[in-house]
Design a protein around this ligand. Structure first.
Ligand SMILES: Cc1ncc(COP(=O)(O)O)c(C=O)c1O
Length: 450
């Protein structure tokens, strides 16, 4: 429990939380969805806006954890849902149909590293399959992941997902859940993000057992990899025969249409996608090298000699068509350019306002995702770039950012406390102006509190 609390009326959210707790553990459908003192409950959404159960409106920067790149209830998505009923007459075939091929080709056209693709129902399932493919391909026993990187809630990757400050040593393997057999800690090696030397040393020391290296190319979707670090990781994994997986569930279609791999111009062996890909409906996908993906192709004469993958709703038309129409809309005219420009402008304006109020606030991110960090004035001067993870763990940042997020909620801006900001094409001038007004009022209140 922190001492942070709402500064606007939220009694209906509180009452609902108290009731929900009787039926739903912690009142939430996932641990990441909880925050102290209790999460807000929402009644409806439209475009860039959310309405809570106390009738308070917010510009939404959580956007279902980044999934809704067109905002809530976009006409393109609504039409896609209608089109599914009109064209197919069902929400799930459960067996092959032509749209799977169309969507597969669309993904291939945007992600040159992807030669073949399989759909799943979530990002979690996508990283699960990608890792299984990599392990089968290399016939090794362990994976390597980076400290602070989240790949969904399955056993192999629920290790050291909390950011830790890199001190140049081997990061500890920390279990993030009870019920995780020791096996997974023993078979998940943790590397320090953006530390080329230490990562390479650990990979070489464990080269006989590591088959897969998985990472978020931008940690938590907004902390960029150093390009040389990523290029080096690509070279070393290739040399050591390890399968490199870019988990682009957050960054896919968001930092660039072609994901972080377009931004960095690096081709991983496998990519996991999700969120935006479903246009607001559940989805995940694994794409990559044909020789690896082919291992999931059924072999009726040798049914056990395959990488097993299946799922009742894999590739269902609601998710695929909503996602396809969303991507087409992003590609239409200058829509995507507008989204990136709008994000950049918002970042600049927030930093400018921060400066005006004497607050050391910086924005960090790429494309349509960013986060806000309070930086110690002494850092970042001269040659040494400031360390985002360290800055985020400083007492000053935790205190100021926490207070800011609750003030922003009071003034009608929501991102979930401490969370990154994601933008959508529904964030029009009115929403952005409302956001800047909210920042201004919140900064003024922060200063007043001292
Ligand atoms: C990088 C990354 N990988 C995997 C996942 C899991 O995706 P899902 O929540 O769709 O299972 C997430 C979810 O936030 C994610 O950010």
């Amino acid at each position: 429990m922190t001492d942070l609390t709402y500064t606007h009326p939220t009694s209906n959210s509180y009452a609902l939380y108290e009731l929900a707790k009787q039926v739903i553990p912690g009142g939430v459908q996932g641990n990441i969805k909880y925050y102290d003192p209790y999460p807000l409950s929402f009644a409806s959404a439209k475009g860039a806006w959310l309405k809570d159960v106390d009738d308070h409106d917010y510009v939404d920067y959580l956007l279902s954890f980044g999934a809704l790149i067109l905002g809530h209830g976009h006409s393109v998505v609504k039409q896609a849902v209608e089109e599914v009923w009109d064209t197919y007459g069902t929400s799930s075939f459960g067996v092959p149909y032509p749209l799977e091929l169309t969507m597969g080709k669309k993904i291939k056209s945007l992600y040159p590293s992807i030669q073949q693709v399989r759909f799943t129902n979530s990002g979690l399932e996508a990283t699960l399959l990608a890792i299984r493919l990599g392990m089968a391909y290399t016939e090794k026993s362990s994976i390597a992941k980076f400290a602070g990187h989240y790949h969904g809630g399955h056993e192999q990757v629920l290790v050291s997902t909390q950011p830790i400050i890199n001190d140049g040593t081997h990061p500890r393997q920390v279990s993030e859940s009870r019920g995780l057999p020791d096996y997974y800690l023993d078979h998940t090696i943790v590397l320090p993000f953006n530390d080329t030397e230490t990562s390479e040393r650990i990979l070489r020391e464990n080269q006989d057992r590591i088959g897969v290296v998985i990472l978020e190319p931008l940690q938590s979707g907004y902390i960029p990899a150093n390009p040389q670090f990523l290029q080096h990781l690509r070279r070393v994994t290739k040399e050591l025969g390890m399968v490199l997986i870019f988990d682009e569930v957050k960054t896919g279609f968001r930092v660039r249409l072609g994901g972080a791999q377009e931004l960095y111009d690096i081709q991983p062996d496998l990519t996991s996608l999700g969120k935006v890909l479903g246009g607001g409906f559940p989805i995940g996908a694994v794409g990559g090298r044909k020789d690896i993906l082919e291992m999931t192709a059924p072999r009726p004469n040798a049914p056990h000699d395959v990488v097993f993958h299946s799922g009742t709703f894999n590739g269902n038309p609601m998710s695929l068509l909503s996602g396809l129409r969303t991507i087409e809309f992003l590609q239409d005219g200058d829509h995507y350019g507008m989204l990136l420009k709008m994000t950049e402008n918002l970042r600049q304006e927030v930093e400018r306002l921060g400066k005006r109020y004497g607050l050391p606030i910086k924005t960090v991110g790429e494309g349509s995702i960013f986060n806000l960090v309070f930086v110690n004035e002494q850092e970042g001067n001269g040659a040494r770039p400031w360390d985002i993870v360290a800055a985020e763990q400083s007492a000053d940042h935790r205190r100021l950012r926490g207070q800011l997020d609750f003030l922003l909620m009071e003034h009608g801006v929501f991102s979930k406390p401490y969370n990154r900001f994601s933008l959508s094409l529904a964030h029009d001038e009115k929403a952005i102006q409302h956001t800047l007004d909210a920042f201004e009022k919140s900064f003024a209140a922060l200063i007043k509190r001292g």
